[in-house]
Design a protein around this ligand. Structure first.
Ligand SMILES: *[C@@H]1O[C@H](CO)[C@@H](O)[C@H](O)[C@H]1NC(C)=O
Ligand SMILES: *[C@@H]1O[C@H](CO)[C@@H](O)[C@H](O)[C@H]1NC(C)=O
Ligand SMILES: *[C@@H]1O[C@H](CO)[C@@H](O)[C@H](O)[C@H]1NC(C)=O
Ligand SMILES: *[C@@H]1O[C@H](CO)[C@@H](O)[C@H](O)[C@H]1NC(C)=O
Ligand SMILES: *[C@@H]1O[C@H](CO)[C@@H](O)[C@H](O)[C@H]1NC(C)=O
Ligand SMILES: *[C@@H]1O[C@H](CO)[C@@H](O)[C@H](O)[C@H]1NC(C)=O
Ligand SMILES: *[C@@H]1O[C@H](CO)[C@@H](O)[C@H](O)[C@H]1NC(C)=O
Length: 635
């Protein structure tokens, strides 16, 4: 062990030797700069925490996951608040059901877990737009994450709704929130705007008071720490198993010469993008490095402890050399699996924690039961072009040039752009996205016949054939907004004109699609008896809906849906949007279905939107285990 490590151990022991002289019964939580530790009710306090995102777990499983974290020996959890999950439409707030933050805090409090709250407003989290609501993009030149007047006004409005709900949950007010993070890894954002950070500090102090510990978290470089930290906000650092921990904590010390050592994100695993190899971090390495940090007296939050799922359209994306969307599963190779099952990594971590604090006695709650319900054969409902009356009840907006999702006020999912061929095409004619303006994928049909697709950054041209006046339908998929880096102002749809041969395509009818609304209303299963399904002879290519039913068998156990040989699309079961599938790319091959979604008595309604091509067998398979690590060889 390095000399530096021994020094930190000595410092920690000094801290533990100091006896608090607080009046008994008084609740306090503070930083002891003299003795380099936190103090809770006057006594030295070290947290061993894990990240869990309520927005990635259905409400009925919150308690199960929290109890498992408690039984591992954690004394705290770290929680992000995704702004866009609570204010999807500007000015309309939702804190009920799966969005009931206060219920989640209450369950954590009942379980005996303290909370490190991360209200953002930007959270990253591999979550759609890093938690920022897409309606912010309706103001074209707004500089996100800066002191831009309009952005700051929007943040102030949001915090004026959120923070008064938080205040009673502060530890000092009788709740369980011990510390609150300001922004998130702000130092890795190019703007480096201290006025913005000062404004957030002012808001948080105004709504939460002077006595709450506010902190920042930044990556392990001097530049990130310099732009992300601010006086009055305790500076912490984040890093994973491959970092020299002595060096990393020395860096924290340069910015925070005294006070507790804190790793706010110790990476237990990592995220996957489509087409990545599945990320895995070795359990022995995680537990060994955790032990080293705890020995130094450091406070550690494990990111993630329970990852969960990017249901619906909530996955984020990265844009480094090209746009790369995050997969639906947020399993993260975390100690609790996507389905909340204790893993070998969890038990290795518990063995380490046992050496540092008394962990609760009693058994670890088991994995939830899983069931392989088997095959269901789907049948074709119809193509998008033929279903517009159902899917777009408000009908199209006419526009000479294409409008974005944000201009259309449809922020997520899919939208249809329709125009006609301006002239006869004598042969295959290139359809080009000259400014790379397809965000993110466009599925192109002429007179209902699928002709191919365009894709952001990678496929900017395809060939089209047809005659003047024939209908061109372009279904555009929003694959999740960029959640990290300089490109987070990530508008969706057709951002610039498409060119066919020498003609700019104009005179569009743009159909907002409310697929989720139609499915929530019972479609397509409710009217399947009336209308006979379209003939199976029609080709199974291009964007097509399929439906099927899983007959109830009296059990509502967790299961995993595999769409073997299907290409790419979106799946719903009993009205719930399970997320995207893309087995043709991988590595994720199965979608997690929480058991309580299933009915034990009624037929379970499955709807699939396949965007490119379904296999002739039209079968889907319900399995009793996940498969997250099979990347297709083809690129
Ligand atoms: C609020 O969110 C919950 C949970 O997702 C959902 O069930 C409910 O319909 C939403 N309420 C409104 C008014 O949109
Ligand atoms: C949190 O739980 C403790 C008991 O563990 C209880 O005394 C306290 O009232 C709870 N706080 C809230 C806000 O419910
Ligand atoms: C970490 O860095 C220190 C220098 O600060 C060095 O002495 C030590 O050997 C390094 N530890 C490891 C495990 O590489
Ligand atoms: C799309 O659906 C419409 C209406 O059901 C149908 O007339 C058309 O043939 C379909 N197109 C294809 C390519 O299946
Ligand atoms: C389009 O068609 C032309 C002529 O058939 C062919 O040379 C070219 O490779 C095609 N381009 C694409 C992108 O398919
Ligand atoms: C599935 O759809 C049918 C037809 O609309 C409906 O009767 C049934 O209740 C639905 N099943 C569930 C579990 O909601
Ligand atoms: C994928 O994961 C399973 C366990 O979930 C494991 O048995 C298998 O070896 C892994 N395959 C690859 C290619 O890593």
């Amino acid at each position: 062990m390095a000399a530096g490590v021994l020094l930190f151990v000595a410092v920690n022991l000094a801290c533990l030797a100091v006896i608090g002289n607080l009046v008994s019964g008084e609740r306090s939580f503070s930083i002891d700069y003299k003795n380099n530790c936190f103090r809770k009710n006057g006594k030295p306090f070290q947290y061993i925490s894990g990240s869990i995102h309520y927005s990635r777990i259905p409400r009925y499983y919150w308690k199960d996951r929290l109890v498992k974290m408690y039984m591992t020996g954690l004394n705290a959890i770290q929680v992000y608040v995704p702004w866009n999950f609570h204010e999807t439409v500007e000015g309309v707030h939702n804190f009920t059901g799966d969005r009931d933050l206060e219920h989640f805090l209450d369950l954590a409090n009942q379980t005996g877990l303290l909370v490190i709250l991360r209200p953002g407003p930007y959270i990253c989290a591999e979550w759609e737009m890093g938690g920022l609501p897409a309606w912010l993009l309706q103001k074209p030149n707004m500089l996100l994450r800066s002191a831009d007047t309009d952005y700051v006004q929007a943040v102030s409005n949001w915090f004026a709704v959120l923070l008064p709900k938080i205040k009673p949950w502060l530890y000092i007010n009788g709740g369980n929130i011990i510390t609150v993070q300001v922004e998130n890894e702000y130092g890795s954002y190019y703007a480096c705007d201290y006025n913005y950070m000062r404004h957030l500090r002012t808001l948080l102090r105004f709504f939460l008071g002077e006595n709450i510990v506010l902190f920042t978290t930044d990556g392990n470089t001097d530049k990130e720490m310099a732009c992300g930290t601010l006086e009055g906000l305790y500076a912490t650092i984040d890093f994973g198993t491959d970092t020299n921990i002595t060096e990393a904590f020395k860096r924290q010390r340069r910015f925070e010469p005294r006070g507790p050592l804190v790793n706010s994100e110790f990476y237990t695993g990592w995220l996957d993008h489509w087409q990545d190899q599945h990320a895995v971090v070795d359990a022995q390495k995680v537990s060994r490095v955790l032990g080293e940090m705890l020995t130094m007296g450091a406070n550690v939050n494990m990111y993630m402890f329970e990852g969960g799922t990017n249901f619906g359209y909530w996955n984020g994306a990265d844009h480094d050399t090209r746009f790369r969307s995050v997969v639906t599963s947020y399993d993260y190779d975390a100690p609790l699996s996507e389905a909340g099952d204790p893993t070998e990594k969890l038990f290795a971590i518990r063995d380490v924690i046992k050496q540092f604090r008394n962990i609760p006695s009693g058994p670890m709650p088991p994995a939830t039961p899983k069931f392989a319900y088997g095959f269901v054969t789907m049948k074709k409902v119809g193509n998008i072009s033929g279903l517009l009356n159902t899917l777009s009840p408000v009908g199209p907006v006419k526009s000479q040039y294409p409008l974005t999702f944000e201009e259309m006020k449809q922020f997520y999912g899919y939208m249809l752009y329709r125009t006609t061929l301006p002239r006869d095409l004598s042969g295959p004619t290139p359809l080009i996205s000259p400014l790379n303006g397809v965000h993110d994928r466009a599925y192109v049909s002429v007179n209902g016949v699928f002709q191919g697709l365009l894709e952001r950054d990678t496929m900017l041209v395809m060939n089209v054939t047809g005659q003047q006046g024939e209908i061109v339908d372009i279904l555009v998929e929003n694959m999740g907004r960029v959640n990290f880096g300089s490109k987070i102002s990530d508008s969706k749809g057709l951002l610039s004109n498409l060119i066919l041969g020498k003609d700019v395509l104009t005179d569009w009818k743009i159909y907002p699609l409310d697929i989720d609304g139609a499915i929530a209303g019972g479609w397509p299963h409710s009217n399947s008896k009336k209308s006979s399904p379209s003939p199976q002879k029609e080709p199974l290519v291009g964007p097509v809906f399929y439906m099927g039913t899983l007959e109830p068998n009296g059990l509502a156990w967790d299961t995993f849906l595999k769409l073997n040989e299907w290409t790419k699309g979106q799946v719903w079961i009993n009205g719930m949007n399970l997320g995207r599938y893309w087995p043709a790319k991988g590595p994720q091959q199965t979608l997690y279905i929480p058991g309580p979604l299933l009915s034990t008595t009624l037929p379970n309604n499955i709807t699939v939107l396949e965007l490119e091509g379904a296999p002739p067998h039209l079968r889907v398979l319900f399995m009793d285990r996940p498969q997250l690590n099979a990347t297709a060889d083809k690129s």
